[in-house]
Design a protein around this ligand. Structure first.
Ligand code: FAD
Length: 418
């Protein structure tokens, strides 16, 4: 009997992983197999937040995975986090996706911010404030969410966020509404992206603020229902902010720095992919176990001897290998100010992971057959969860294609109307 879920997604020696990358991925795989996988079905059915999984993540120190070691965290860099997160996605997509929202609050304020240009004053204030956030995560096990979607063009990166922050003595007053806020009602802080209103009243993207709004601050409400097709346990309900006072020290980045990060560190948006790469691997692994007659709870009927099954598995295998190779390359070249070629590869990797995850899941259902899609097996959930990947802004599948096409045909500054 072979248990494919025990194998690393990226075998450390073959893929040349560094020590910490391999260790963290192994830790996440163990937690996923032993703890998250058995709970996933109930969370999905009830559209309930995976609180118990978060207790396990906290106990293992993983809430601080991207908090630098000098602040008491595990000190994972971008690639180490991506590899570890993919292992979580194999066992519970919703846990991996929500975990990403939390981890971004550390990754963006940590490794990304360190690489950005800042004035000495900005650097000082950032250093002071991030210590406060990291302490909360390391010592108190607090959870952060990442609400930026508003239903307009802001989440696609085209317009300023309509959620506003008005400067007042000692901080800001925030007003607005966010949709699809994963962890709504379950996070301790919402890492809200909003636009600081200047004297002329105009909203500009360069005035974006990134603020940690305490979930229990007066004026914060969670609203709307959450009964979606997939990723049900993310509990991505809506958030409303009405005259919410946010003290100055709750800024996760100095004013203007988030916008600089968007321009200089585009791979920051690729962090939604490990969840879906994990789902793709899970669909493939399930198919192998099923066709070998080795899925627990199923009669040990083998189906692997049929050429049609072998061909389908070959197709899935090839698609998974293509996806992993491109993704690994893209996460390995993430950096501040990457060249155009690397940015285009990041869009191609995002598109490929998000589209192929669902394609591999649908091939898995077709290949395994009717009994395999009963809800007591993970395949139906993987299929539904993987459908959500290409909808994630700002790099939806459509937007990736749109940008890739233009970037391939036009060099910087080129126009056709000259
Ligand atoms: C399970 C799940 C969890 C989520 N969690 C979070 C979260 O924690 N935080 C958060 O902020 N958001 C989250 N989102 C929101 C997500 O990123 C999208 O904002 C959300 O799916 C709503 O998008 P929409 O399809 O209504 O967007 P719309 O803006 O209506 O766009 C529809 C489609 O049009 C295309 N489009 C939009 N703008 C452009 C453009 N300028 N150029 C070309 N094409 C464009 C895109 O392909 C897009 O898919 C989550 C979504 C899901 C499904």
């Amino acid at each position: 009997m072979v248990d494919p879920f025990q194998r690393p997604m990226f075998e450390p020696e073959l893929w040349g992983l560094r020590g910490k990358e391999a260790e963290l991925a192994a830790l996440c795989r163990r937690l996923g197999r032993e703890k998250f996988a058995p709970r996933a079905r109930a969370y999905d059915r009830e559209a309930r937040f995976p609180t118990e999984n978060y207790d396990d993540l906290r106990e293992a120190g993983l809430l601080a995975i991207c908090v630098p070691e000098r602040y008491g965290g595990l000190g994972a860099d971008y690639r180490a986090y991506m590899l570890a997160a993919a292992e979580i996605g194999r066992f519970c997509g919703a846990t991996a996706l929500t975990f990403n929202m939390h981890v971004c609050s550390c990754l963006w304020t940590g490794e990304l911010a360190d690489a950005l240009e800042m004035t000495p004053e900005e650097r000082d204030s950032h250093e002071r404030r991030r210590q406060r956030h990291y302490r909360r995560i390391v010592e108190e096990g607090r959870i952060y969410a990442q609400p930026f979607s508003e239903g307009g063009a802001a989440a696609a990166g085209v317009e300023p966020f309509a959620t506003t922050a008005r400067r007042v003595d000692g901080g800001w007053v925030v007003n607005g509404r966010k949709i699809f806020a994963s962890l709504a009602g379950n996070a301790d802080y919402y890492g809200v992206l909003c636009t600081e209103v200047r004297e002329d009243g105009r909203l500009r993207r360069r005035d974006t603020l990134y603020l940690a709004v305490p979930a229990d601050a007066p004026g914060v409400t969670v609203e709307g229902e959450w009964d979606p097709l997939g990723m049900r346990a993310t509990v991505s309900r809506n958030l409303r902010f009405e005259e919410v006072f946010v003290p100055e020290e709750e800024a996760l980045m100095p004013p203007g720095v988030y916008h600089r990060a968007v321009l200089a560190w585009p791979h920051m948006f690729l962090t939604l992919t490990p969840t879906y790469l994990g789902l793709a691997q899970a669909a493939y692994d399930f198919t192998i176990a099923y066709l070998r007659g080795e899925v627990p709870g199923m009669p040990p009927v083998k189906r692997r001897m049929y050429p049609t099954k072998q061909l389908a598995v070959a197709q899935m295998h090839t698609m998974l290998e293509q996806t992993k190779a491109l993704w690994f390359r893209a996460i390995s070249e993430a950096r501040c100010h990457p060249p155009k070629e690397a940015v285009m590869r990041a869009w191609a990797a995002q598109y490929t992971v998000m589209e192929n995850a669902n394609e591999i899941a649908q091939l898995a259902i077709r290949t395994c057959g009717g009994q395999a899609m009963l809800e007591r097996f993970p395949l139906a959930r993987i299929y539904r969860d993987s459908r959500c990947g290409s909808l994630m802004l700002p790099w939806t599948a459509e937007i990736c294609l749109d940008r890739l096409g233009r970037a391939a045909l036009y060099e910087e500054g080129e126009r056709d109307d000259a």
